[in-house]
Design a protein around this ligand. Structure first.
Ligand code: PNS
Length: 161
């Protein structure tokens, strides 16, 4: 079974992430979506909320599993799961430098783990950071995040005051 790890902050998961996962499922039988629990990033959503949002979107698809990944090296996490592919999405040229650096560092750390890139499609302009900014300013995010995520964002922003 070909499996891949798709790691990130997912704060929150967007339609861009979903598109990468769906494309990834053409290449891989199983994808573990690993939520990074990095409090230094002061996330808007808790790890549990972020995992729930991912699970909600793939409730009907046993090929996708949401997990949390706390702290250590991504390649060590991949090894601990018995997975040797790290899946990343590439949105625009701007992503390339940092992704090349990360993929090369990861290869240096673990030559047995390979990074595979999938090009973003229509959602190349979407990032969780922009989503939070737009949500905070009351902008319409229809079609950019899943409906359930949209609802959670609206509630979270309203509770923040
Ligand atoms: O959603 P993001 O911020 O693009 O995700 C980045 C992530 C989680 C893939 C990256 O920060 C990561 O791999 N962190 C784990 C720590 C690690 O392995 N660092 C060395 C990688 S070069």
């Amino acid at each position: 079974m070909a499996a891949a790890i798709y790691a990130g902050s997912f704060d929150p998961i967007t339609n861009g992430h979903l598109a990468i996962i769906r494309s990834g499922l053409i290449a891989f039988d199983r994808i573990i979506v690993a939520v990074l629990t990095n409090p230094a990033k002061s996330p808007l959503f808790t790890v549990e909320e972020r995992i729930e949002m991912i699970e909600d979107e793939f409730a009907e698809d046993p090929r996708v599993e949401a997990d949390c990944f706390d702290g250590g090296l991504l390649v060590e996490y991949a090894r601990s799961k018995g997975v040797s592919v790290v899946l990343r999405g590439l949105r625009a040229v701007g992503d390339f430098d940092s992704e090349l650096q990360m993929a090369t560092m990861n290869r240096n750390l673990a030559p047995d783990v390979v990074t595979v890139f999938i090009m973003a499609n229509d959602y190349f302009f979407v990032s969780s950071t922009l989503i939070k900014e737009v949500a905070g300013l009351g902008g319409d995010l229809t079609g950019v995040v899943p409906e359930r995520v949209h609802h959670r964002l609206t509630t979270k922003m309203a509770n923040r005051g």
